[in-house]
Design a protein around this ligand. Structure first.
Ligand code: ZN
Length: 369
């Protein structure tokens, strides 16, 4: 999500934007602090969060300033994460516990890579205690290219969230990451940490659909249009909650895509009727790339006597099972009967959602009159 700031959690992309940074030696042995390890007792999931701050930012304010503001911000995050479960579907309440006693101060580049802040921070934290690091860059210094964020190494299931406003206007200025938007953005990133994809990337505007000229809006969610809205106007989607309940406090590499692949409803059943009678139809799947519907279908089928089944939807969506993020995300599905056309949308997350409901197949019905 990009807006006033760019906050990135990428458990699922790998080193897209490697930026050269100045190497830094490791220092500061961990002080002796006792931590409650992460737990899931059936009612509460408790997750330790390692906090890191850029050196220039750290030195521009007092430690007390950061402690107070971080404590307040993580209270806001914990409230938002839990209160946005509007239908009380979460099986456990979440407590994200920021470590304010041992904040890591890092030097140099905040972006990802061998000399990036994520590598430095993950190296310096106790990985038995911490599976999540939130890295704040209060002084964006411009070594990092562009306003877009970077990919992150896959630290065997350790999540890294970068809080940065990498816009030219904010270069070498103190960025207030304690405003009303940042805690909301971090909550969105925690949705990724617990296994949910971005839903806003599936939005299609009508003008970008040359096939049926209709737009598409995914489910309302903090992972979609509610990323930055006030708590009382925001909600997790049922889909996100299902994933949270399934994930619990699991941490593992490639969590998001792995979950999606494993729980995918693998069969698509298509039903076409006209005046309540099964009928032959032509079926076409138009892929959507970066919010635009392709005018050329990727797949075409003949529906005979009103029924058609695609038996292996994993093979259709995931082009390469070894690279799970490289897949189709969304299709516009067209059914044609006697020259009349009807449309439906088919997203990977819909098949995932059906799989989470233990459904082996997903049904698409077209009803002509
Ligand atoms: Zn996101």
């Amino acid at each position: 999500m990009r807006r006033l700031l760019t906050v990135i959690l990428l458990l699922f992309t790998v080193n897209h934007f490697m930026v050269a940074c100045t190497p830094e030696s490791d220092k500061l042995p961990e002080p002796e602090i006792s931590y409650t390890p992460d737990y899931d007792n059936g009612e509460v999931i408790y997750i330790n969060v390692k906090i890191a701050i850029d050196k220039k930012g750290w030195e521009s304010r007092t430690p007390e300033f950061y402690k107070e503001n971080l404590a307040q911000q993580w209270d806001q995050i914990n409230i938002r994460f839990n209160v946005c479960d509007r239908k009380q579907q979460l099986q456990r309440r979440y407590i994200f516990k920021p470590d304010l006693e041992d904040i890591i101060v890092y030097e140099g580049c905040s972006y990802w890579g061998d000399n990036g802040a994520d590598t430095k921070v993950v190296k310096r934290m106790d990985k038995q205690i911490f599976k999540l690091a939130v890295i704040y860059d209060f002084y964006y210094q411009g070594q990092e290219h562009g306003e877009y964020g970077g990919g992150c190494g896959d630290f065997d299931g350790i999540g890294t969230i970068l809080v940065i406003n990498a816009s030219e206007a904010m270069k070498d200025k103190y960025n207030n990451h304690f405003d009303q938007y940042t805690y909301r953005a971090i909550t969105h990133e925690l949705g990724h940490f617990r296994g949910v994809i971005d839903l806003y990337t599936y939005v299609v505007e009508a003008k970008n659909n040359p096939v049926s000229h209709e737009g598409f809006m995914p489910w309302h969610c903090l992972m979609n249009d509610y990323c930055y809205t006030p708590d009382q106007e925001s909600a997790w989607s049922d889909y996100a909650i299902k994933i949270f309940n399934k994930t619990g406090n699991t941490k593992r590499a490639n969590l998001i895509n792995g979950l999606l692949y494993e729980d995918f409803a693998n069969k698509l059943d298509v039903s076409v009727t006209k005046d309540n009678q099964p009928i032959n139809a032509a079926l076409r799947l138009y892929p959507v790339h970066y919010g635009k519907v392709d005018v050329n279908p990727s797949f075409s089928y003949d529906v005979v006597d009103g029924k058609f089944t695609i038996p292996d939807m994993r093979a259709l969506f995931f082009k390469n099972p070894d690279v799970l993020w490289d897949r189709y995300h969304l299709f516009l599905v067209e059914a044609v009967v006697d020259g009349t056309k009807q449309y439906s949308w088919l997203a990977d997350y819909m098949l995932h959602n059906a799989g989470l409901d233990n459904e082996e197949s997903y049904l698409l019905s077209f009803t002509f009159h």
